[in-house]
Design a protein around this ligand. Structure first.
Ligand code: 5GP
Length: 199
């Protein structure tokens, strides 16, 4: 896919197993990053959880609508995540909307989607979040108390598979200390922003 440098820069992709602290890191990044950054709202076929708002947390689509948009090539990437039967995807229009405002686009997506995004946007900065141990993943997942045992087991299996993909990311961030992990990502973004300005 041919993209000009201005279109390919300022994309940051963040992945990590369930329980790796992605949501908290994202909230902190959006609040404290020195570079201007906005989260791309993904589309999904999964039903909204209590408190989730259409257009803010996700664009909640019917399977039919998702499929139509997929066939029409409207997704930058999409995948059936965690073998859940639900589809998730990043709409090209969402990425373009944020890019055209000169801000960084933050994508919080699964490994399969992230690998596709890295191909489509070769300049993207990719971050894989890790917690110190597999036990820690499990503890965090259970302490959320929002998933059934079956879902927990499935997510743990996915986590093990996803960990194997960590080496495909440009940066691996260990989330043993939240402040440090967030700062590390902020520093990398800021450094890249300086490079873009120096071009
Ligand atoms: P949840 O259902 O808990 O909100 O999200 C489940 C998983 O879907 C998370 O691991 C998240 O990274 C992934 N996900 C969310 N949005 C997207 C997306 O647009 N594309 C892909 N490939 N994965 C996504």
């Amino acid at each position: 896919m041919n993209q000009s440098p201005s279109e390919t820069c300022r994309v940051a992709v963040l992945s990590g197993p369930s329980g790796s602290g992605k949501t908290t890191i994202v909230e902190r990044l959006l609040g404290q990053s020195a570079v201007s950054i906005e989260m791309a709202v993904s589309a999904t076929t999964r039903p909204a959880r209590v408190g989730e708002v259409h257009g803010k947390h996700y664009y909640f689509l019917s399977s039919d609508d998702f499929d139509k948009q997929r066939q029409a090539g409207e997704f930058a990437e999409c995948a059936e995540v965690h073998r859940s039967g639900y589809w998730y995807g990043t709409l090209k229009s969402e990425v373009e909307r944020i890019q055209s405002s000169g801000r960084w686009v933050l994508l919080e997506i699964d490994v399969e989607g992230a690998l596709n995004v890295m191909q489509m946007y070769p300049d993207a900065l990719s971050f894989f979040l890790k917690t110190p141990s597999v036990n820690e993943y499990e503890n965090r997942l259970r302490s959320r108390g929002t998933e059934t045992e079956e879902v927990i087991q499935r997510r743990l299996r996915t986590a093990e598979e996803e960990l194997k993909s960590a080496s495909s990311y440009r940066y691996r961030i260990i989330n043993d200390d939240l402040d440090r992990a967030v700062q590390e990502i902020c520093d990398i973004l800021e450094e890249r922003e300086k490079e873009i300005h120096a071009r």
